[in-house]
Write a protein that binds this ligand. Sequence first.
Ligand SMILES: [Zn+2]
Length: 276
Amino acid sequence: MNFIFLILLFAFGTLIGSFLNVLIDRLPFEKSINGRSYCDQCRHQLAWYDLIPIVSFIVLKGNCRYCGKKISWFYPFVEIVTGLAFVFVFFGNIQYPIPNIYYLQDIQHLIFDIQKLFILFGYWGIFSCLIVIFFSDLKYHLIPDQIQLALFIFGLIFLTFERQIFYLAFFNHIIAALIVALPIFLIYFLTNGKAMGFGDVKLAFNIGFLLGVKAGFLALYFGFITGGIFGLFLILLGRKKFKSKIPFGPFLVFGILIMFFSKEQIFEFIRRIYGF
Ligand SMILES: [Zn+2]
């Protein structure tokens, strides 16, 4: 294994992660994503050396250089998760021959395999969107529309290049999206948006589009199960004030990830137990 390549890939992921942090904090409030970064507490503008993923956080021991207040551990955490996801996808899902960066040929193979490049791009994009959805819903109880749209577009790239879906089959996925979104829409509609937001409805649409009907419903199911267990824990721990305020998006993301990576095993399990 080429260790330098691994480090570069991880570093690239953490840079994207640092951009995702900007999206997580600004998109829910419709702030421009172009402005310079500043400290959440003292509003001091941050220099480039304050913004090096993970490294700055460690050097500053988790405190702002200007006001000394604590920086949320969310920031380095998102960067690490993104870095790991980028490495994981590259080695786990793309099956590139691992390039040796000292050989020009290896790099050329990597760049000129257009189909694999699109698959990689689709996977990285989907993961980035899921990370933003997870954390913006967790922090602000909002899933930005721009990210839902981005997830749809990366999903389209994924279906086209990875699953090789074209023309009419594409409409099957739109219909699957509507079917999977329907029960979430009914919950949203019947509870006046109290149990679930419209963001969850749109996310369910994306889930159906990406995974199809069967895996899509299973992703919802795993979302409900984990969300329910988590909610029960909070109530048992006496933190009832969170009871009505648990965002559902992070659990849906969890459900998507389970179905994304263990679809076949779970289908097989259901076949064996229930026979369909
Ligand atoms: Zn500060």
